[in-house]
Design a binder for this molecule. Structure first.
Ligand SMILES: [Zn+2]
Length: 211
């Protein structure tokens, strides 16, 4: 007997996953799974189609992907060096950087009370926020070094897949991406490929969105 494949509409799939339809479409695109989307209307556009379906069994893959993107396991594993309501708004492949930060926090003297408060992507690089004893100069110095070291590292790691990447200068969304994921920041601005670090390379920084 042949296996029968059950299909589910994108709207229902988004409901079952607890995300918006727009988020699910974006997730499918980012994970290079657009070819797994079937459409009875062959002229329909992926981004607006109302007839698109996916195999129901793919839901499991998207569930796993969502939990990866929410850093569920990372939050459990490093709970001791994260503040309780830590904010992690970065793409999944910078997890390696978050792990590096967490391990460094564990090495710091306990009396510094150093913990990660937030990690977010800003104009293509990783910005970190910490809770620690600010009255201690040694703690301040070490936290500053870690912050800058990780920020610079993030400018060479594709946010989506972890491959070697570079800063992409875009009017809508500057990101650090590999060649395969470069499309996520298109169209790019003049200066793309020249600016390696938006925080230090020339006056162009004034055009970037601020905090
Ligand atoms: Zn990539």
């Amino acid at each position: 007997m042949e296996d029968t494949v059950t299909f589910i509409s994108l709207t229902d799939a988004a409901d079952r996953l607890g995300v918006s339809l727009a988020y699910l479409r974006d997730l499918i695109d980012r994970t290079d799974r657009k070819e797994n989307v079937l459409d009875s209307d062959t002229t329909a556009d992926f981004w607006s189609s109302k007839t698109a379906v996916i195999p129901e069994r793919d839901l499991k893959k998207y569930e796993r992907e969502l939990s990866r993107r929410r850093f569920v396991r990372f939050r459990e594993r490093y709970a001791d060096v994260l503040v309780e309501d830590v904010v992690l708004t970065v793409r999944p492949s910078w997890k390696s950087l978050l792990e590096r930060v967490s391990k460094r926090l564990r090495w710091m003297p306990p009396e510094w009370n150093a913990r990660l408060r937030k990690a977010r992507e800003k104009s293509g690089y990783l910005v970190l926020g910490f809770e620690y004893d600010r009255n201690r100069q040694d703690a301040c110095n070490e936290i500053e070094r870690l912050r800058e070291e990780v920020r610079l590292s993030s400018l060479s790691i594709c946010e989506e897949c972890g491959r070697l990447g570079r800063f992409r200068y875009s009017p809508s969304r500057s990101l650090t991406l590999c060649d395969r994921h470069a499309r996520l920041s298109e169209p790019v601005l003049p200066g793309d490929g020249v600016i390696a670090d938006p925080a230090s390379d020339g006056a162009l920084i004034s055009e970037l969105p601020s905090d």
